[in-house]
Design a protein around this ligand. Sequence first.
Ligand SMILES: Nc1ncnc2c1ncn2[C@@H]1O[C@H](COP(=O)(O)OP(=O)(O)OP(=O)(O)O)[C@@H](O)[C@H]1O
Length: 281
Amino acid sequence: MNKVNTELSKENPEAHDLSGLETVGIPFTDTAKMSMRDVNVFYADKQAIFDVSLDIGQNEVLAMIGPSGCGKSTFLRCLNRMNDTIDICSVQGSLKLEGQDIYDPKLDVVPLRARVGMVFQKPNPFPKSIYDNVAYGPRIHGLVNRRTDLDEIVETSLQKAGLWKEVRDRLHSPGTGLSGGQQQRLCIARTIAVSPEVILMDEPCSALDPIATAKIEELIAELSENFTIAIVTHSMQQAARVSHRTAYFHLGKLVEVNETEKVFTNPDHKLTEAYITGRFG
Ligand SMILES: Nc1ncnc2c1ncn2[C@@H]1O[C@H](COP(=O)(O)OP(=O)(O)OP(=O)(O)O)[C@@H](O)[C@H]1O
């Protein structure tokens, strides 16, 4: 048992006993883009996610928060099968994108990861030009035949990522030469370039300064007009600023999911309250 839980248990011995825990709030929406039911995830024989059921609505920004190690990233990575790259990881349950089982063994994960794109914690541009970073996905997915079409996708994606004006005169310079915040927006442009339906963001601002963070947060609001977004964040302020609903995870369980304002002002569960008031985590 870690320090956090020991402290919590001193305060309230039952507080960390999650057996029989019912998720409170409204886990399901009428217009779900993705529907997850009874998801369990294991690393070898160690269980990291316990019976999580959650919907993500069309054009919704869903924030996932919770103490370190509670399984936020693990759950997020299930949503485009990034956990497949971890040999010891196994996923059980039902995970659907517009009703299609994304764990269907016949499903090709390459187009899945274009439909459900991912932006990582640390900006990771390819060692290529700005143009080629954005053009990479459309090229490998065979989305364009003509150079002019590719030029248009690159420009539109950079515009949507709020980077066009800063880079239009140096499209053929290395992506790695940009600032950290610009690199993260380049990675967002690269994700957008293959027209995803869902964008997963795993702490996308944790390596950025406050100004670059503010730009990405503004961008998230704009992107939600066209995309569905699930974001893992350690920053409760960020979750409050960018998301429509917030899901609170604790020890691998989904404790509460609700409208963001409610989660931060009047949470249903005592564990959520303890976390948002800084009593642990
Ligand atoms: N590749 C892995 N191999 C084995 N165990 C893992 C692996 N990745 C995560 N875990 C374990 O799964 C649990 C959930 O980890 P996860 O990284 O999903 O939590 P998190 O809430 O995203 O944490 P953080 O906020 O610190 O990033 C932890 O106990 C962690 O040690």
